[in-house]
Design a protein around this ligand. Structure first.
Ligand SMILES: *[C@@H]1O[C@H](CO)[C@@H](O)[C@H](O)[C@H]1NC(C)=O
Ligand SMILES: *[C@@H]1O[C@H](CO)[C@@H](O)[C@H](O)[C@H]1NC(C)=O
Ligand SMILES: *[C@@H]1O[C@H](CO)[C@@H](O)[C@H](O)[C@H]1NC(C)=O
Ligand SMILES: *[C@@H]1O[C@H](CO)[C@@H](O)[C@H](O)[C@H]1NC(C)=O
Ligand SMILES: *[C@@H]1O[C@H](CO)[C@@H](O)[C@H](O)[C@H]1NC(C)=O
Ligand SMILES: *[C@@H]1O[C@H](CO)[C@@H](O)[C@H](O)[C@H]1NC(C)=O
Length: 579
């Protein structure tokens, strides 16, 4: 029934839209509109600042050694983040949102440090970037860690391009001496080669293989990409330099620009200690805004256990057992082999109660790990929901199709990740996980309502996380499963946290036994998929019945219960980069 009402409403809405005024015209006349567009400042003309001041982090060790002390020693090579820039060149054409791109080079470089490469950013977001600058502290006279290039080659120039640009850009690749590599470009506005003293190349053992990442700008067979280390993860030594690669092929396997590598055996000393982790959480812990119609709230793991969650053993389904606080009686380690699983209480009253969760008991479970050769810290912030509600779909103008029990499962682990600089303790990026994938956003693109705490929005029933309010379809061509987020007064404040894992701190962090439960946090699919599909079909008007099969084909696997609800350690990606 809901579906048919939805159809009628949707058709009505479509009719209104087609009669209505053009988008964006409400409340202002045309001349006003044009004027404001012409005068509109580009987002990049604003430098992003956090809404609130960033206090100094508690320091314990001596200067120059530890988290947020400004400089990190990669092993005879000190590096620091430079975010003061001179603008070199820009164009207003092409690129993201067709707003163009700007190229900068670091200025006010500290005494003894050298430029390693320029910085480039699309114009469609506020300026928030950095590049590393470096100083040789190796006292190795035969093989210093930094050397001038021996020459430059011109990669490309914009002279012949008919684009709206400020002067012309000449992009140079430094030619590294034998045993050295280039980690960034020089860009000039004249055809003259830059001075050899302009930039430094880095000794090979301090560089790592790199890959092209997001596209910054392209034009006429020329491509500018972010560069990042190819190998990333808690153990990977590759360091993100913040530079870009400019090339005349769309996809290069071996980039002309390398990443840096942290070869310092004590590199973990730049990671935050317990006190500093607490300071990071106080400063940046997000507010997770639940959907106003949400029926299934998060809870603490211990609330779930002590309110009747049961451990089942294969072959002994009639004899489930209660789970102790912290999961001390859960099987540890091994594979997700289906020998054990967790489920809700058996009696209907408790089942319904536990399914709903308990917001006031909810805890944010924090996993802290080194990233980019310990120059950044990732804080993966996990939330547990006892139950994941049913999925809902949209098919073009049919705005809401209830999918019965499809998508429901017990035990739902979700996360967002903060990526914080170990140079200065600033939040650089945040990751929003969505159905075993996700998206990274720069801090400058986040929504802040309370101090420097980003907002995150949890989707109705499915609990995927998004940076803004709105509808995202998991599907294509206007057909798919709905990820709905909305403003609401139901907020899970992730400042209420427990540190569950930080391998680099050794015995200072004891992992709870439930973290090593490698089986499913809910039973395998509990309903008959075909039966649920029939129910949905029976509610659809004749010609639309076949739509449901199309929707099923594009559903994310876990919605169909094919991928079980496993704990944080078995998800993408406990020890690697987010995927
Ligand atoms: C349109 O807006 C401009 C600027 O506010 C105003 O001067 C003008 O009178 C308006 N014209 C009409 C037709 O409303
Ligand atoms: C490693 O880093 C520490 C701390 O920053 C520094 O004192 C030390 O000199 C570095 N080690 C090497 C081999 O460069
Ligand atoms: C200088 O660096 C090179 C390359 O890493 C190394 O082989 C050599 O042993 C170093 N020499 C000294 C004196 O540290
Ligand atoms: C890319 O670089 C690696 C390591 O430097 C090398 O082994 C490989 O042959 C290169 N591949 C190509 C296509 O140049
Ligand atoms: C559960 O774990 C927490 C911290 O991990 C600990 O403080 C508490 O004592 C544990 N409780 C029990 C009953 O083991
Ligand atoms: C985890 O991340 C690493 C490094 O980025 C990657 O190699 C690995 O495939 C990822 N694992 C999964 C399960 O996605």
């Amino acid at each position: 029934m809901g579906v048919i009402v939805g159809t009628i409403c949707a058709l009505f809405l479509l009719a209104i839209q087609s009669m209505g005024a053009p988008e964006g015209a409400s409340g202002m006349n045309i001349s006003e509109n044009l004027f404001s567009q012409k005068d509109e400042a580009l987002p990049i003309e604003t430098t992003f600042n956090f809404p609130a001041a960033i206090p100094a982090f508690p320091q314990v060790s001596h200067e120059g050694d530890g988290f947020a002390t400004g400089v990190i020693d990669l092993g005879g090579l000190q590096v620091t983040q430079s975010s003061a820039f001179n603008k070199v060149w820009s164009t207003l054409d092409g690129g993201l949102d067709n707003k163009g791109v700007t190229i900068f080079e670091p200025k006010n470089i500290p005494e003894g440090f050298y430029m390693l490469g320029s910085y480039s950013q699309p114009n469609n977001k506020a300026l928030y970037g950095w590049v590393l600058v470096a100083k040789d502290v190796s006292s190795n006279t035969t093989k210093p860690t930094l050397k001038q290039p021996s020459d430059y080659t011109l990669v490309w120039n914009t002279q012949s391009l008919k684009i709206n640009q400020e002067g012309h850009a000449y992009v140079w690749l430094p030619i590294a001496p034998n045993g050295y590599k280039s980690v960034g470009h020089v860009v000039t506005t004249t055809p003259d080669k830059p001075s050899l003293d302009k930039i430094r190349c880095v000794r090979e053992d301090l560089t790592d293989q790199s890959e092209q990442y997001s596209l910054i700008w392209s034009n006429n067979g020329f491509f500018v990409y972010d560069v990042r280390p190819s190998n990333r993860g808690t153990q990977a030594p590759g360091v993100h330099v913040g530079t870009f690669v400019a090339q005349t092929i769309e996809t290069a396997t071996n980039l002309s620009i390398s990443s840096l590598k942290n070869i310092n055996s004590t590199r973990l000393s730049s990671m935050p200690n317990l006190q500093q982790i607490d300071a990071i959480m106080k400063l940046y812990s997000p507010l997770l805004i639940l959907h106003p119609d949400e029926e299934f709230y998060p809870s603490s793991v211990n609330w779930f256990f002590s309110n009747g969650a049961l451990l089942y053993t294969k072959g002994q389904e009639s004899k489930p057992i209660r789970i102790e606080t912290n999961g001390t009686n859960l099987p540890q380690g091994g594979n997700n082999d289906g020998e054990y699983w967790i489920d809700l209480p058996v009696d209907n009253e408790n089942k319904d109660r536990v399914r709903k969760g308990d917001l006031k008991s909810a805890r944010c479970y924090v996993h802290v790990k080194p990233m980019y050769g310990s120059t950044f810290t990732d804080l993966a912030l996990w939330a547990f929901y006892p139950f994941n509600g049913a999925a809902r779909a949209k098919f073009k103008f049919i705005k809401n199709i209830e999918l019965g029990k499809i998508g429901e499962h017990v035990g739902d682990w979700e996360h967002v990740t903060l990526r914080v600089s170990n140079f200065n303790g600033q939040l650089w990026q945040m990751y929003f996980s969505q159905h075993s994938k996700g998206t990274w956003l720069d801090a400058s693109q986040l929504e802040f309502k309370v101090g420097n705490k980003p907002n995150a929005y949890s989707t109705l029933h499915g609990h995927a996380s998004y940076p803004h309010v709105g509808l995202t379809l998991q599907g294509k061509d206007g057909v798919g499963v709905k990820d709905d987020t909305e403003q609401s007064i139901f907020v899970f404040n992730l400042a209420t946290y427990e540190l569950i894992s930080a391998e680099y701190l050794g015995p200072a962090v004891i992992e709870a036994p439930w973290l090593d439960f490698n089986k499913k946090w809910g039973p395998s699919i509990e309903y008959d998929l075909e039966k649920e599909l029939d129910k949905v079909r029976s509610k659809l008007p004749g010609p639309l019945k076949s739509l449901i099969d199309k929707i099923i084909k594009i559903l994310p696997k876990e919605v169909l219960g094919e991928e079980g609800p496993t704990g944080p350690k078995l998800k993408n990606n406990w020890s690697g980069d987010e995927v």
